[in-house]
Every structure is written in structure tokens, then in C-alpha cells.
Design a protein around this ligand. Structure first.
Ligand SMILES: [Zn+2]
Length: 69
């Protein structure tokens, strides 16, 4: 299992094991949330925007075809 990416109050690297679904341990999972919000200025990254646009386009296309018939 990977080591936690969190930092202790002393500023040292946390020596606990990270959780399976996260680079942080249970104690430092709040640092993960902070790292994500600081890491990107935009709440949407490009990948999510493209996926949302494709999804919306598909739904709109299905609606258009159904109403025309
Ligand atoms: Zn930790």
C-alpha cells in the first residue's frame, strides 16, 4: 500500500498508509480535498467539460429525434 501524501502538524511527511482509493490516509483526507480545490482554479477540468458536452448533445439529439416522429 502507498504511503500517505499528507503532512503532519510538524510539517513532516505522514508515515501512515494511504487508503486504497486515495493518496491520503483517513486522518489526512481533508488535505486531499484542499489539494484538489487549490490545484485547479476551475471547478471543471477540460476532460469533464468535454464529457458533459457530449452527454448533453446525445440527450438533446435523442429528444429531437423522438419529437420529430
Ligand atoms: Zn496521513
Amino acid at each position: 500500500m502507498a504511503q500517505c501524501d499528507g503532512k503532519t502538524k510538524k510539517g513532516d511527511r505522514c508515515k501512515r498508509d494511504a487508503r486504497a482509493e486515495s493518496p491520503f490516509c483517513a486522518i489526512h483526507q481533508d488535505q486531499e480535498i484542499r489539494a484538489r480545490s487549490v490545484g485547479s482554479d476551475q471547478p471543471w477540468d477540460n476532460d469533464s467539460l468535454v464529457k458533459a458536452a457530449i452527454g448533453f448533445g446525445l440527450v438533446a439529439a435523442i429528444f429531437l429525434f423522438r419529437f420529430r416522429r
